[in-house]
Design a protein around this ligand. Sequence first.
Ligand code: ATP
Ligand code: MG
Ligand code: MG
Length: 554
Amino acid sequence: TKEKSLNFIEQIIEEDLKNGLPPNKLRFRFPPEPNGYLHIGHASSICLNFGLGLDYNAPVNLRFDDTNPAKEEQEFVDAIKRDVEWLGFKWDKELYASDYFQELYDWAVLLIKKGKAYVDNLSADEIAKQKGTPTQPGVHSPNRDRSVEENLDLFERMKNGEFAEGEYILRAKIDMASPNMLMRDPIMYRIINASHHRTGANWKIYPMYDWAHGESDYIEQISHSFCTLEFLPHRELYDWFLDQIYDNEKVRPKQREFARRNLSHTVVSKRKLLQLVNEKHVTGWDDPRMSTISGMRRRGYTPAAIRNFADTIGIAKRTNLIDVSLLEFCVREDLNKITDRVMAVLDPVKLVITNYPEGQEEWLDAENNPEAEELTYRKVPFSKELYIEREDFKEDADKKFFRLTLGKEVRLKNAYIIQGESVVKDANGNITEIHVTYDADSRSGSGTEASKRKVKGTIHWVSIPHAVEAEVRIYDRLFTHENPDGNKEVDFKEYINPDSLKVITGYVEPSLKTAVSGDKFQFQRLGYFAVDKDSTTEKLVFNKTVGLRDTWAK
Ligand code: ATP
Ligand code: MG
Ligand code: MG
């Protein structure tokens, strides 16, 4: 029993259980087509299906809907498995619609024998014309009454590869006057001359989605087949196909629909993401700006954050646009819990402590993560010359400026209180050095009176002789429009943000020298950063995951 109120999907399941479906017959599936990488929309569907599996202690299959060899690849299969696992879910069985090609073919033969399917040779255009309009019945194909023998012969020859693509198709014989256009003799099979990533050249004909999906659910004895709303009109066909083969002893799968989840400032469609990759608007499927799970992983998002986001938005009956700042909120919330606080300076200006002994260095204690159950510390080096952020100093500051200025005190994080004394400028008037003095008794944690002195501001820094240079990639929204996909008149690529990536050189404390791909940190006062897969021991590369707070101007 669950504490929270049931969503409409859970209500459907509860109702079925009440009406006699044995709990041990519950079975769900997540059915991606391996024609691209999974995106944040899929994450919702994964969390829904696998979440139901956990809640009801029911198995969840990972089924690849691989019925179109022209678009599907092993690379995508591998990426999908990696992403589902990374999100933290375990499937019961790894299955493929292509495993059912023979069974589906045999059932199609059965339909022909029952007079429920026929081979047609009209072109796609002719069929579309023939179908009529929603308010007008369609017309029968001249081939609709072809004899069973002739249909069986042609269908077998389609299978044997005797015809060219488009020459023949198999259609279900349903109702050309149905108010549901999908019921007007839909296509069940078409000829495709392409090598399939699993069945190779074995098959020349491939089942259409509607024919393959419900029957695959039936073969796997899926009790509830959840899909997105655009499949609502397909449900009638899903049921019709099941009617043709259904055996009373078995579980009859039920298709139910929920709203597609769209995220603002991005696109969630494999086809469109593929265009971004192919046309090199991004560096690949795992570009940290992409809405793909692999892109978000590379950017530094965590599985817990994505799962929490999916839980927070829940499932809905109506399609809407979710603001990406909600996802970022979830990311920040998780990273706040798990990351160590470290110091990095991304827009450096040199600071010289004039009264600090030349050549001296100290290793100071720095707290790793104040949110951790057990506090741990590391050492950070301090010396006479430091980098601080250029924007943390102002020569002429007003009373509200609590960072470094001339004649006032500020604390260097984990270190000493300093006071601004003077600046050195180049010929153009740009500040090249800031000279300060420090209070040698004020070291953080030293317990002295001076160390307890209250100063208004604290700024971060790195010691110049110890600093490690790093490439830092700063990202902005990939699209300038909140719904780049929302205007049918405008190609979504028109809204690509030309400034979505900025590469800078930053300086990080030396403890980060050994950080490896996937490691995550909070750069104090700057945001969350993750080590990129391009990072090496010679050259560190960081991705900015998200800022410390939502600064996105609407
Ligand atoms: P795309 O247009 O990106 O290819 P799709 O629906 O064709 O999406 P599939 O691989 O068929 O992609 O999707 C697998 C499952 O994920 C389906 O059940 C589908 O309904 C669901 N899904 C896909 N996109 C979303 C989304 N934006 N929100 C929620 N569920 C989604
Ligand atoms: Mg699909
Ligand atoms: Mg698709």
